[in-house]
Design a protein around this ligand. Structure first.
Ligand code: SF4
Length: 177
């Protein structure tokens, strides 16, 4: 007898005849573990982004569909720039009160996420990118080799540099396939 595993990744590996959960289920049908497993840990959502100023909108107006989002190389103070991921996930709101935890309810505004983001891709009817850790036994190496993670690039924390003073970078806009 073999011990059955419940992790989304092992479910995918073990059930060769069944489609993996991200192909079988809609985002709205996934359980919390499957939802979490979709995150590739690229950290690009933790980069500060800028919007063009508009005379008809206040400076803090949320992004509207069709607007260009400019990614900077300035990251949230809690992003681990060496290994990826949040360095204090459990207590992050204590330090970064406006950190957003992506949920099903946010899918209508998913264009705010980078084009490679698994949630955005699935929402837009695309598959996972070929470097996604779920397709490589959880390894980040293909993602980093493809230049898809913040750990593949030179970034600074917002405690060192204001986002407005950082560089506008284009690499977060690529999906690498
Ligand atoms: S951009 Fe998407 S896949 Fe990448 S770390 Fe953020 S939530 Fe996860």
């Amino acid at each position: 007898m073999r011990k059955a595993s419940n992790s989304p990744q092992q479910q995918h590996q073990g059930l060769a005849t069944q489609e993996p959960f991200w192909q079988r289920l809609a985002l709205t049908e996934m359980n919390a573990e499957q939802w979490e497993a979709l995150c590739d840990g690229c950290g690009k959502c933790c980069l500060h982004k800028l919007l063009d100023e508009r005379d008809d909108l206040p400076a803090d107006a949320p992004m509207e569909l069709g607007e260009d989002l400019h990614y900077t190389n300035v990251a949230c103070q809690l992003l681990d720039l060496k290994n990826g991921g949040c360095s204090n996930y459990a207590n992050r709101h204590q330090y970064v009160p406006d950190c957003v935890q992506l949920s099903v309810g946010d899918l209508g505004a998913i264009h705010f996420m980078p084009p490679s983001c698994a949630y955005r891709r699935l929402y837009e009817g695309k598959g996972l990118p070929n470097w996604h850790p779920l397709l490589h036994n959880g390894s980040r190496v293909p993602m980093e080799t493809a230049g898809m993670a913040v750990t593949s690039h030179s970034c600074v924390h917002d405690t060192q540099l204001a986002p407005e003073d950082g560089l506008i970078v284009r690499w977060p806009l690529f999906s690498g396939e």
